[in-house]
Design a binder for this molecule. Structure first.
Ligand code: FAD
Length: 299
């Protein structure tokens, strides 16, 4: 067996969940129902993404502030450097601090036109490392940054990519969350490379449960994630079987987490796409239980 049985994984891990800001009232209802379902699992934080070019600035802020205000969760706000001056970005960060938000996921972001080369705003932060330093000058925020087990497409090579991670950690980032990946070895190789480069940072795997294979393949191509051929085969012929795709998504993501757990990983960040069931099912398989329920079992 290549790792523990699910029955032997006792939920001795930390989980976090990522959401995106809703566009419509209906999406907002779905998001809030997901947040309420996942809240009892006691995540260490939940984060809300920032749309390309700052397009979701208000919605991200409203969502993060409401989570912070109305739930017992620690909310983290994603923030990018795209198309904004340093003063504008600092003002957004100040609003977060005033709203009680203490955790920022600091990112460079991408060019607003898909596929275009990134260009820093003349009066803005050049990259994520500069943003981390700027945030830390403002307040003692907890800061997470992005990491790329398969190398960011703009990095010349793996060494340049690691140097960039080092700059972000040296600027004060507390941890790095990875881009999604599908093979546990991809994560282990990266974790080893980070350690060999002398970078001391918590590297949290970003877990993307795949229900829509075509759309994940498109996203993977843009961000340089390899999609294994066995995965294509597992989704063949399932276009009209959404229920089966959900079950397969949960199985594959749980298997990935189980193998990561066998390699001593104890933190997982889930890309939820605002749906709770998959993340909930995977956490359940890993022994993560609603807190009231866990207390009842222990009593
Ligand atoms: P950086 O760390 O700044 O690096 C980007 C590239 O530039 C790297 O290849 C690096 O090597 C190179 N580089 C940076 N500085 C230098 C330098 N001084 N010299 C040479 N090369 C340099 N995007 C969004 O728009 N909104 C989100 O909410 C969002 N959330 C994300 C969450 C996670 C966990 C992850 C993994 C990604 C997320 N992204 C998000 C995507 C991210 O914005 C893109 O991947 C973007 O292309 C890079 O952002 P970064 O913060 O990694 O950039």
């Amino acid at each position: 067996l290549d790792g523990p049985l699910y029955a032997d994984i006792a939920g001795d891990m930390q989980v976090s969940f990522e959401f995106f800001p809703p566009k419509t009232e209906k999406m907002e209802e779905q998001l809030w129902s997901s947040i309420r379902s996942l809240e009892p699992l006691g995540p260490r934080f939940v984060s809300v993404t920032y749309g390309a070019g700052g397009s979701t600035r208000e919605r991200t802020h409203a969502t993060v502030a409401r989570i912070q205000r109305e739930t017992g969760l620690a909310a983290a706000a994603h923030l990018t450097c795209v198309e904004a001056t340093r003063e504008e970005i600092d003002a957004v960060a100040q609003e977060y601090w005033a709203a009680g938000v203490r955790h920022i996921v600091a990112l460079r972001g991408d060019a607003p036109a898909q596929g275009a080369r990134y260009a820093a705003h003349p009066g803005g932060y050049d990259n994520a490392a500069a943003l981390v330093a700027g945030l830390k000058r403002l307040h003692p925020f907890e800061v997470s940054v992005a990491a790329y087990p398969e190398c960011h497409p703009d990095s010349a090579d793996a060494t340049a990519d690691l140097d960039n991670l080092r700059r972000k950690i040296d600027a004060g980032a507390n941890r790095a969350i990875t881009q999604f990946f599908f093979e546990p070895e991809t994560f282990f190789r990266y974790r080893d490379a980070v350690a060999a480069a002398g970078i001391q940072a918590e590297i949290v795997p970003g877990i993307m449960p795949v229900t829509n294979f075509a759309s994940v393949t498109r996203m993977a191509a843009m961000c340089g994630t390899a999609v294994p051929s066995w995965m294509a085969r597992l989704f063949e012929g399932l276009d009209d079987h959404p229920g089966a795709r959900q079950l397969i998504a949960a199985t594959l993501a749980a298997e990935l987490c189980r193998k990561l757990y066998a390699g001593d990983v104890r933190s997982f960040h889930f890309y939820t796409l605002n749906r709770a069931e998959l993340a909930y099912a995977i956490c359940h398989l890993l022994g993560v239980r609603a807190q009231a329920q866990a207390q009842e079992v222990a009593a």
